[in-house]
Design a protein around this ligand. Structure first.
Ligand SMILES: Nc1ncnc2c1ncn2[C@@H]1O[C@H](COP(=O)(O)OP(=O)(O)OP(=O)(O)O)[C@@H](O)[C@H]1O
Length: 320
């Protein structure tokens, strides 16, 4: 179990990067760390791995304090693996040697077998003997991922692990990696911008803003009941509307945060009159950008194309 107790950290004296974070990660859980660029996701992963010294608080990993470089000659925790955004590979050695870096040479047969298993997992069998410097960015990222998994850590810290990988391979790899982690009971914290890394995979989601946790919980709950528009917008387009926009007679001025798929065109029940401005093809339908009351921009999803300039009435989908 990982326990963060009121931790704070700053790179420079007047600018606190991580502020008063309390957090528990249970064994075997997959936790997503979401937040805009610069909010402190990478810094938090590095602190957990023991690469920096905390200003305040403490980090306990399996009841043992994680110590930073001031107390540890070789920073890092043995039973964790940290996959940095810059991969940190050995460019002049082969893919297989990179993947085997943390594996013992004492049992060469087992080592070779394990490397082959990982080459298969990240779909790089045919590149085993190639020097890493000749690989593309996406291929290097897959090597780094395989190397992080090689010695079966208890906790895996992944910083944007799929960011350089093309969409088709990413979807398959993501499924393979996350199901592998579950099967082995490996805990994982993944820092990401991509909500597809989160929805469907993360047991829990933590949302950071300016170094603080501003929302946390079961991933589906964070998605369905975001604490504010910042949290919702990390999952895609979001509309900030009021109950009174749908029921004009009410005095309730509660804000509704609605994703585009939660609005629908309805001739009978639509009360939100909007004018379509843009129509974006999304493959499985269209995303429409529209103007409401001549000023506010509204996004909604629709299966068919609608020409800009059209006036339509929108209703809340869940009440239909
Ligand atoms: N080595 C450093 N020295 C000084 N400031 C740093 C250092 N590394 C990061 N920062 C600053 O700390 C803040 C948090 O950076 P961090 O890399 O943790 O954010 P992030 O959420 O991971 O961003 P991204 O999603 O773009 O990777 C940023 O303002 C950044 O400029």
């Amino acid at each position: 179990m990982l326990l963060l107790k009121n931790i704070s950290f700053s790179y420079t004296p007047n600018d606190i990067t991580i502020k008063d974070i309390d957090w528990i990660v249970e064994k075997g859980k997959n936790v997503a760390l979401l937040g805009e660029s610069g909010c402190g996701k990478s810094t938090l992963l590095k602190l957990i791995y023991g690469l920096y010294d905390l200003d305040n608080g403490e980090i306990l990993w399996n009841n043992k304090q994680v110590l930073g470089p001031a107390h540890n000659l070789v920073p890092g925790v043995d039973s964790m693996r940290y996959l940095a955004q810059d991969f940190d590979l050995m460019p002049y050695t082969t893919v297989a040697e990179n993947i085997g870096k943390y594996l013992s040479n004492f049992y060469p047969k087992q080592k070779e077998q394990r490397i082959n298993e990982l080459l298969h997992l990240v779909d790089l069998e045919s590149f085993a003997d190639m020097k890493v410097k000749y690989l593309s960015g996406g291929q290097q990222q897959r090597v780094a991922l395989a190397r992080a998994l090689a010695s079966e850590p208890e906790l895996l810290l992944l910083d944007e692990p799929f960011s350089h990988i093309d969409y088709s391979r990413k979807s398959t790899l993501r499924r393979k990696v996350f199901s592998y982690l579950k099967q082995k009971g490996i805990s994982c914290i993944i820092a990401t911008h991509d909500s597809m890394d989160v929805l469907g995979f993360a047991d829990e989601t933590i949302v950071l803003k300016d170094g603080r946790i501003i929302d946390a919980g079961d991933t589906q709950e964070v998605y369905e009941f975001p604490s504010d528009v910042y949290v919702a917008s990390l999952f895609g387009e979001v509309n900030e509307l009021y109950i009174s926009d749908f029921t004009p007679d009410t005095k309730n001025d509660e804000i509704l945060l609605l994703y585009p798929h939660q609005l629908m065109i309805s001739k009978q029940k639509g009360v939100l009159e909007v004018e379509v401005e843009e129509c974006y093809f999304k493959g499985d339908g269209y995303l429409l950008q529209a103007k409401y009351k001549n000023s506010r921009t509204i996004y909604f999803a629709h299966p068919l194309e609608i020409k800009p300039g059209a006036n339509v009435k929108l209703a809340l989908k869940k009440y239909q």
